[in-house]
Design a protein around this ligand. Sequence first.
Ligand code: PLP
Length: 400
Amino acid sequence: VMRLSSALGRVKPSATIAVSQKARALKAAGVDVIGLGAGEPDFDTPDHIKQAAIEAIARGETKYTDVDGLPALKQAICAKFKRDNGLDYTPAQVNVSPGGKPVIYNAFAATLDAGDEVVIPTPYWVSYPEMAALCGATPVFAEAGVADGFKLKPETLDRAITARTRWVILNSPSNPTGAAYTAEDLKGLAEVLRAHPHVLILTDDMYEHIIYDGFQFATIAQVAPDLYERTLTMNGVSKAYAMTGWRIGYAAGPETLIKAMGKVMSQTTSNPCSVSQWASVAALNGPHDFLEARNAAFKTRRDAMLQKINAAPGLTAPTPEGAFYIFADCAGLIGKTSAGGMALSDDLAVCEALLTEAHVAVVPGTAFGAAPGFRLSYATDDAALEEAGQRILAFCQGAR
Ligand code: PLP
């Protein structure tokens, strides 16, 4: 029989990918399923970015590049950090990996040993604990629940840090809640981190550009310059530029860490796709005016969906500051029975019943370490979203 590694035995498969696959299978079987499980914009990659990729292919930019990123892309990333975040980084402080996910994995692989701890606020993005576990470390969860606006409080962070803590992860705007830290919030967390000089900080700023209602994005190395030396500021092109399939993520931080991450890549993936790197140069250096219209569309969808969720008996959700997710608390449904006779014993059962009876696919809160609840993505077209909202509302009204 096939014996798998003990590290893999500690890892769960991605729940978000599982939901998408199940929804796709139902759709293929002819069921009219609306999938609100996936974490990607429904918009297309802007044309000027696609064009840059086509030109790169025509120029013959189809060979290996420097392992951790093309010089031109590293330059564009340094310029982005300066322009958007007021952060000074040199190209030697920049890593480019095949997606934001591999950036984090490479950082963990380069720094974590068995017994090390990684502090992860809950609800969390599904991959953080699993990537830490894959590297032999222990995830330590720090509750940032709905009562706190899904934001980690300084005292909660302080309680979670031990002598074994290697990393603290911050993610703002958050997947799965859309909650985002203000500069003031980050100053409070920085105060705690200042007292624990052995802790590295990973800030996942993937959704930086997807924010609403005039929210001012802030990132910790900018707000607390004294933490710059031990912060890895991570970002990517996947969400802002609708480039999920191109697989480019990046980060900037201490040169020693960046070198170590490059060493991991040199023996695993080698460089990210050369063509995608050139497309990313165009994305970062190019016009950003398309963001405004896209964010306006997201905001309209967010508000329409929130209104239905908060009108649905048994569901509540706060207004997210960013990203394209709503995290709904479904405590009011637990213990009831659906119209189709399914026992709603926990959020997994709620999501199963929603998919089976209402044909709407969402991801259970359990997958994000926060039950009972579910995450839905509103990055889908208005008509489908309107219909999904009606179905969720009717499902909740039908539960007894
Ligand atoms: N970080 C967060 C918070 C995300 O939501 C995602 C994607 O879902 C990623 C990182 C990974 O992005 P990528 O697709 O570039 O690997």
